[in-house]
Structure formats: structure tokens, C-alpha cells
Design a protein around this ligand. Structure first.
Ligand code: NAP
Length: 213
């Protein structure tokens, strides 16, 4: 029997907090690309963000675990959270590839906004060589801007980039944080277990990020 090449989705995001939109995207892309697994990787300390404003990695990791636990095709990795200093996607992918004993294809899944900045990422040509890039867009997103960007990136790096529009991505982490701060309901926007976790740990009540658990 021929060896089956494993296909892994690598779901990179801040997940502050993880919500139903992320889960629907991951599941949709898993089915569309026939992925064996989707590994959620809460971002460590990417170069473009002020991480003092972001909820601690421990909380984001726990919420991601709670949200994904019921899906046997979903895993969570703390690979970036365990690192000190700035984390770059290329280093994460290289490390993950080393951990795979068998040949594997990687699909890096993230928000379409990331495409606009992709040229500035560390070793982007190597990154696009090592994994297929799947960018999820929100309804109402300026598709023409994204399509132009995709064409530009594809011809510059000679690699295909996939875009996928998922209605549930109308939900956003920023909106959820604002709703909690204003005392508005977030029911059904995220899994109940994640909502309970947020309530228990009093997350997102203020603008300042909460410390470690
Ligand atoms: P972000 O700026 O927080 O998010 C950009 C947009 O994409 C937001 O609308 C966000 O919605 C959405 N989004 C984020 N992750 C998503 C996902 N997996 N699926 C669908 N939509 C998603 O971006 P980020 O979360 O910090 O970074 C995304 C990934 O790119 C991370 O893995 C990060 O490490 C990586 N990155 C790498 C570099 C580098 O290597 N140089 C630089 C920048 C980013 P929500 O707010 O609702 O999630």
C-alpha cells in the first residue's frame, strides 16, 4: 500500500478570544482540502503586535483547548507560546516539519488581512515554499483589494495562494472583547465553555491585558 501523505492545517492566530468563526473556518478548510488534522497555534509574540495589550498566552491557550476539544480532527500546540522573544511563522513551520516523521503537506490558515502584510514576513519565499497559504475573508471584506494582492504575491513568489470566504467570520475577536467590556451578550458567538472561562477569569472587562493564570 502506498504511503498516504498527511495533510495538516496550521491555524495561526492570536485567538484573543477564539470564537465560532475560527472553528467554522477550520472545519470548512479541513473538509475542502481533505486535511488529516488542523493544529491551532495561538500566536506567541509576532513582530507586528504590541503584546502587552494582548491577553496572556496561558489564557489564550486554555480557551483554544476548550473550544477545540470536541473535534477529534483539531489539536492545539503551544509551540509559539513556549518560545521566548519574537516568534516568526517560518520558524514555527520549520520546527513542525522536523517533528513530522512522515512526509507531510502543510496548509497555513489565517485571516486575509495578513496577506496585505505578507511580503514583510520573515523569509516569506521560503514560507510559501514550505506550506500552502489559505486566507479566510470576512463578508464585506474588500475582495478586489485581496484579489489584487493575491495576484501580486503569486507572481512575485511563484506560489498559489487560496482565499476562502466564510460567513461565520462576521464574528470577530475585537467585537467580542468590546461587547464584554460594554456588558453586552456574547452568547453563541463563542463556545459556552469559552464564555464560562472568560467570566470565571474576568477577562476583557478592561482595556489592559490580564496577567498569567
Ligand atoms: P491579526 O492581525 O490579529 O488578525 C488579522 C485578521 O485575521 C483579524 O480580522 C482576525 O480576526 C483574522 N484572523 C486571525 N487569525 C485567523 C485565523 N486563523 N482564521 C481566520 N481569521 C483569522 O493576526 P494575528 O492573529 O496576529 O496573526 C495571524 C497569524 O499570522 C499568526 O499565526 C501570526 O503569528 C502570524 N504572523 C506572522 C508574522 C511573521 O512571521 N512575520 C507576522 C504577522 C503575523 P479575529 O480577530 O476575529 O481573529
Amino acid at each position: 500500500m502506498r504511503n498516504h501523505i498527511k495533510k495538516y492545517g496550521i491555524m495561526g492566530g492570536t485567538f484573543d478570544p477564539i470564537h465560532v468563526g475560527h472553528l467554522v473556518i477550520a472545519e470548512e478548510i479541513r473538509c475542502k482540502f481533505k486535511l488529516d488534522k488542523v493544529i491551532f497555534i495561538p500566536a506567541g509574540n509576532p513582530p507586528h503586535k504590541d503584546f502587552s495589550k494582548i491577553t496572556s498566552g496561558d489564557h489564550r491557550y486554555q480557551m483554544t483547548l476548550l473550544a477545540t476539544i470536541s473535534n477529534p480532527f483539531f489539536d492545539v500546540s503551544s509551540i509559539e507560546l513556549d518560545k521566548k522573544g519574537v516568534t516568526y511563522t517560518i520558524d514555527t513551520i520549520i520546527e513542525l516539519k522536523k517533528c513530522c516523521k512522515d512526509k507531510a503537506e502543510f496548509y497555513f490558515i489565517t485571516g486575509a488581512d495578513s496577506l496585505l502584510e505578507l511580503s514583510t514576513w520573515k523569509n516569506v519565499d521560503q514560507l510559501l515554499n514550505m506550506c500552502k497559504f489559505v486566507a479566510a475573508t470576512r463578508p464585506g471584506f474588500q475582495m478586489s483589494k485581496i484579489e489584487t494582492k493575491v495576484k501580486e504575491l503569486e507572481s512575485k513568489y511563484n506560489q498559489g495562494i487560496y482565499t476562502i470566504s466564510v460567513p461565520a467570520l462576521q464574528i470577530s475577536s475585537t467585537d467580542i472583547r468590546n461587547r464584554i467590556k460594554e456588558g453586552d451578550s456574547v452568547k453563541y458567538l463563542l463556545p459556552e465553555s469559552v464564555e464560562s472561562y472568560i467570566i470565571k477569569h474576568k477577562l476583557y472587562l478592561e482595556n489592559v491585558a490580564k496577567g498569567c493564570l
